[in-house]
Design a binder for this molecule. Sequence first.
Ligand code: NAP
Length: 282
Amino acid sequence: MSANLIDGKTLANKVKESLQNDIKRLGNDRGIVPGLTVILVGNDPASQIYVRNKERACKEVGIRSNVVYMEENIHQDDLLREIYRYNQDSDTHGILVQLPLPDHIDEGTIINAIDPRKDVDGFHPITMGSLFVGGDGFEPCTPKGIIALIKETGEEIAGKHAVVIGRSNIVGKPVSIMLLRENATVTVCHSRTKNLKSIAQSADILIVAMGRPESIDSEYIKEGAIVIDVGTTRVEGKLKGDVKFNEAFQKAGWITPVPGGVGPMTIAMLLKNTLQAATIHE
Ligand code: NAP
């Protein structure tokens, strides 16, 4: 048996098409053009590519994007001042600070400074807390994209055993909560988990977010499982997922590719959150 591909690029394009219409309607009905401000500190080449991709995606759907470039060695207070400025700016509905930040800047302090009503990345503790208690705040983009990809298979999530490998604040933890909300039975694994392979083998839905390229082979995968590969590591110039795709493809029921799986959906969900921010702000 070989798997069905869950094509993140095609799904992201569908989401963007529908957003384009919604954004047009918001403009016509209420005169609002959603605005996203992205703050990039330093010259990290990968971050520059991510920011450029976000800018391009905004343009495609009709979101006004504003990229603020700041020097690598800026003082933390200067960055905070910039965030406070855009918290007050009525043309900015969403604020995103591209991570990682230089070592001398405290990530937590910066994320905390963003107005939660503009927290389209979904990383602010208030946003996270709301996710935990089932509030209606923003859902972080990558986990939101993962849930959409699983739903695209048409398979029921409720009652399934979902195993999440990784417990980061941006992927593993929030996606676990969101799967729980979809009534899956969730097991969260990490670097100290014992018997990872046998736990993974029992997963109907396996989410892999470790950042360890091609470390999950077909032995970790239950026949017919849905496999979502979140990992993206550049190896010799090529993006690699955490899953050995070719062999996993022979065993899984559904699988996402890297690239072209979770990545495009993360950006599509950022656009969706920005529209949500613009809609609730007025
Ligand atoms: P992270 O903060 O480094 O977290 C990695 C997690 O994996 C940690 O919880 C770690 O456990 C766990 N882990 C590491 N080695 C393990 C092992 N051998 N066995 C079991 N668990 C292990 O990474 P992240 O930010 O969540 O990102 C994960 C991957 O997803 C990266 O490749 C990243 O580039 C990618 N990513 C992609 C997108 C996208 O849009 N496509 C978005 C976000 C992230 P401990 O907690 O015990 O250390």
